[in-house]
Ligand binder design. Structure first.
Ligand code: SF4
Length: 335
């Protein structure tokens, strides 16, 4: 396996609100390898976006990284000041968000915005050379008539085209790591497919590692090499992409898989949503956070959160069912 480029160790991030401390991320550890696309999957409130915002240090003022280390090429980003973080963002670590409209300035032509991104980190690139770099990027992400589109404003682009501009901007400085937070959620499926292919092409061209945040396991299947499944601010399971689909071990992963349509599935069978709602993160459950929704929950599940069990060298899952020593008594949540 390629060397590790990003290592998150026991990250705990909370929001301090008038209602109390929202424990959004409660001690997660993961790695992203060089050139790898790692998918982070989970429902809203699972902690996946807060994890990515913690890496970029783009958290709201009410939020705080309470514990843990975020090592990017062995440098701990939690120790970086604002200036150092600004330098690293956009150059070594780039990002793409769900809504390109909120990331693009509506008053500045898109070409100029991409040029500014290059100039911020490489002021020596100017004039025709700078414009040519932007046009080359537009060609790479397949924006038609790049010369003409250079001067267009964001509102003159479709949602898919705006996201292509964001991809061009993200890859402008050949970042080592790209964090993409639900970049295709607002797009229809055909455009989504084109954008995912575009991201994969750019990733291969530049050898960039990608941390791809999504709620959609279908998107993960199309793009990612490995996947981390999050729930209730914790990692529930992580595995290479084939293992997650062929040999899922965690009841929450099984629930996610049962709720997505597959081409080869029996058409007479209905998709099964996961009943119930995510836990209250001000008072997170003491035991397994999935216990109130889990059809296999036992007494111990409500009392204690399980540790990870290794299924294979790269596959681990956090569930009492995988521990042969755990008491398999009755389900306290059974109706
Ligand atoms: Fe379900 Fe218990 Fe496993 Fe949690 S630990 S997923 S509640 S069986």
């Amino acid at each position: 396996m390629e060397p590790v480029i990003l290592q998150i160790e026991n990250l705990k991030t909370s929001f301090f609100t008038s209602n109390g401390e929202v424990q959004a991320v409660r001690g997660i550890s993961l790695e992203v390898h060089k050139g790898e696309i790692l998918g982070i999957v989970g429902e809203s409130g699972s902690g996946k976006s807060v994890t990515s915002m913690s890496v970029l240090r783009l958290l709201a003022d009410t939020a705080k990284i309470k514990e843990g280390r975020i090592l990017f090429e062995d440098k701990d980003l939690t120790k970086f000041n604002k200036k150092k973080m600004q330098k690293i963002r956009g150059e070594e670590i780039a990002m793409i968000f769900q809504d390109p409209m909120s990331s693009l300035n509506p008053l500045i032509p898109v070409g100029k915005q991409v040029a500014e991104m290059i100039q911020t980190h490489h002021p020596e690139v100017k004039g025709d050379q700078l414009k040519q770099k932007v046009l080359d990027l537009f060609k790479m992400v397949r924006i038609p008539e790049p010369e003409k589109r250079y001067k267009s404003y964001p509102h003159e682009f479709s949602g898919g085209m705006r996201q292509r501009v964001m991809i061009a901007m993200a890859f402008a400085n050949h970042p080592k790591l790209l964090i993409a937070d639900e970049p295709t959620t607002a797009l229809d499926v055909t455009i989504q497919d084109q954008i995912l292919k575009q991201m994969r092409n750019m990733q291969q061209e530049f050898g960039t590692s990608i941390m791809f945040i999504t709620h959609d396991l279908g998107v993960v299947a199309e793009l990612c090499d490995r996947v981390v499944v999050m729930y209730g601010g914790l990692i529930m399971e992580q595995a290479p992409i084939n293992e997650i689909f062929d040999n899922p071990k965690h009841p929450y992963t099984l629930g996610l898989l049962a709720s997505i349509p597959r081409l080869n599935q029996d058409k007479s069978k209905r998709l099964v949503p996961i009943a119930g709602s995510p836990p209250d993160m001000i008072n997170p459950p003491k035991g397994c956070p999935f216990a109130p929704r889990c059809p296999y929950a036992r007494n111990i599940c409500a009392a204690e959160c399980p540790e990870f069990t290794k299924i294979s060298p790269e596959h681990s899952s956090r569930c009492w069912l995988l521990d042969p020593q755990a008491p398999h008594d009755h389900n306290p949540f059974a109706k």
